[in-house]
Write a protein that binds this ligand. Structure first.
Ligand code: G3H
Ligand code: 13P
Ligand code: ZN
Length: 342
């Protein structure tokens, strides 16, 4: 199956009332882990690459690995998405390479740290929507600013929670297909210092945004759950993670009941991989064939990804619909634009 449009995946998820995990990758083993999890659970899937991942992998390698995945798993609808594009040029280069979906994160300026103004965000996102839709490519925008800077994205501190009124105006002015909102989460392992409640994880804001924008696909970033068992494996084998909490799965499920269709997960995969590798290094220090530790690492990531696919509800939905090509999406966007111009 060719790489498919994210818009269609999210529209179908909305019809079915489920969410779709968007898992970050940097290499072959992570792609394999996700595809095996998707096959095991019969899930449609979004695989995403950050700017860092594209630089690390020389993105052409990553792109061709994705094409291989789409050939090897023809029954799995598969989206290749750019995570946190920082400029029109970055999004354009991903589209030119063949990504079927891009995020223009205009909540920050191109440095990925300085908060942008509302007008700057609208302008840059609108430009990306225009050029992406001409090619049938889906666009995710972001309004509000995520907290933390652990992975290089974010303005630091606790971020700026999305203003629901601004979210409405942003969608109207940009025409994005999906909207990332800030509700107190941040990237990385250190999100919360105790199990989060409504004072730090603003599910009420999410619910309010969904009430005002019931037809818009919402995206939750920084949504790893940072489970204690994965932290424990790392620490048991010589790691030094400080106690920390992520986003509880039941809060994500509440989000899914209130318009969340895409859930971004990277840290949980990183924790699973690191724990598995540490275990081999400590238990079998004589080993030096990378396959001896990459295989268990891949298996550990597959396990957590399959668990999330089941928890988000995408499991079992891989063959619900015939995927629409990006070419067909191009026609649909053009028809929608012509209708709106009348
Ligand atoms: O955006 C957050 C993802 O975890 C990607 O992180 O920029 O370190 O690749 P990264
Ligand atoms: P986590 O760090 O919580 O996995 O979030 C990943 C993310 O939001 C990627 O865009
Ligand atoms: Zn993110």
């Amino acid at each position: 199956m060719p790489l498919v449009s994210m818009r269609q995946l999210l529209d179908e998820a909305a019809k079915g009332g489920y969410g779709v995990g968007a898992f970050n990758v940097n290499n072959m083993e992570q792609i394999q882990a996700i595809m095996e999890a998707a096959r095991e659970t019969q899930s449609p899937v979004i695989i995403q690459a950050s700017r860092g991942a594209r630089a690390y992998s020389q993105d052409k390698y990553l792109f061709h690995l994705m094409l291989a995945a789409s050939e090897l798993y023809p029954e799995i609808p598969l989206v290749m998405h750019l995570d946190h594009g920082n400029s029109v040029e970055t999004c354009k280069s991903a589209i030119d390479l063949g990504f079927t979906s891009v995020m223009m994160d205009g909540s920050l300026q191109a440095d990925g740290k300085t908060p942008a103004t509302f007008d700057q965000n609208v302008e840059v996102t609108r430009q990306v929507v225009e050029l992406a839709h001409q090619k049938g490519v889906t666009v995710e925008g972001e309004i509000g600013v995520l907290g933390g800077v652990e992975d290089g994205h974010g303005a630091g501190g606790s971020g700026h929670v999305t203003d629901p009124a601004q979210a409405v105006e942003f969608v109207a002015k940009t025409g994005v297909d999906a909207l990332a909102i800030a509700i107190g989460t941040s990237h990385g392992a250190y999100k919360f210092s105790s199990k989060p409640d409504g004072s730090v994880l603003k599910m009420d804001v999410l619910i309010e945004i969904h009430k005002r924008l019931p037809g818009v696909h919402l995206v939750m970033h920084g949504s790893s759950s940072v489970p204690k068992d994965l932290q424990d494996v790392i620490n048991q084998y010589g790691g030094k993670l400080k106690p920390t909490w992520g986003v509880p799965v039941e809060e994500i499920q509440l989000g899914i009941r209130n318009g969340v269709r895409k859930i971004n997960v990277d840290t949980d995969s990183r924790l699973a991989i690191t724990g598995a590798i540490r275990k081999v290094f400590i238990e079998s220090p004589e080993k030096f064939d990378p396959r001896d530790y990459l295989k268990p690492a891949r298996e550990a990531m597959k396990k957590v990804v399959a668990q999330r696919m089941t928890q988000f509800g995408q499991a079992g939905h891989a063959s619900d619909y015939a995927p629409i090509s990006v070419e067909e999406m191009k026609k649909r966007y053009a028809a929608a634009a012509a209708a709106a111009a009348k």
